[in-house]
Design a protein around this ligand. Sequence first.
Ligand code: SAM
Length: 202
Amino acid sequence: MLKNVSLPSFRDELPADEHFELIEEANSRVDAFTRNRRDTIHNFVVSDFELVGAAIRWLVENRLACGESFLEWGSGFGVVTMLAAIEGMDAVGIEVEQDLIDQSRRLADDFDIDAEFVEGSFLPEDRSIIESIIHDFENVDIDSPSAYERLGKSIDEFDLIFAFPWPGEQQYFAAIFDQFAADGALLLTYDGRNQLRLQRRE
Ligand SMILES: C[S@@+](CC[C@H](N)C(=O)[O-])C[C@H]1O[C@@H](n2cnc3c(N)ncnc32)[C@H](O)[C@@H]1O
């Protein structure tokens, strides 16, 4: 079962000094990447990194997670994973698009950030018990092979998972999290309209 955990409003907060430069550079690389790429990656849009970064900083400062293991489901340009690493978490991003994995690794290297990026699907290998859920996805790749074997870790080994689901798909992310995450684990989601949601599995 998932329980909502209330979050403060981070609206008027300025980004932490440690986040600022990364976010500036990431936003300009995302713009250039989107402009110059011949084929659009349809499922790719980026979160409000300042807002999500402030929430992760607050979660770490207040020790809300049971441990330090962070995972981003569909990590895009990898920025949220990098912000979690800056906050001291052991951070991994899973992303299905190789070009985005390449961009993430390059950005992390340029900023000397210790974050790991694994190509593949954030969905588990055995999808039989979530078949009815995943067939409702319109903006998630449900065919690519799972990344967990390559990563050497499973969903229940992560203390905090972040995702930016497309509108109307948060409930499916929550259902998968509820099915596979560990007791006490946290799911943080951004909804594209400046709203964050935090849920704990109990
Ligand atoms: C809405 S974007 C969010 C990107 C990033 N998390 C952020 O907040 O800026 C969703 C990302 O999930 C990726 N994606 C879609 N289906 C996936 C899957 N099954 N496994 C891993 N990544 C997936 C897309 O390629 C896209 O980069």
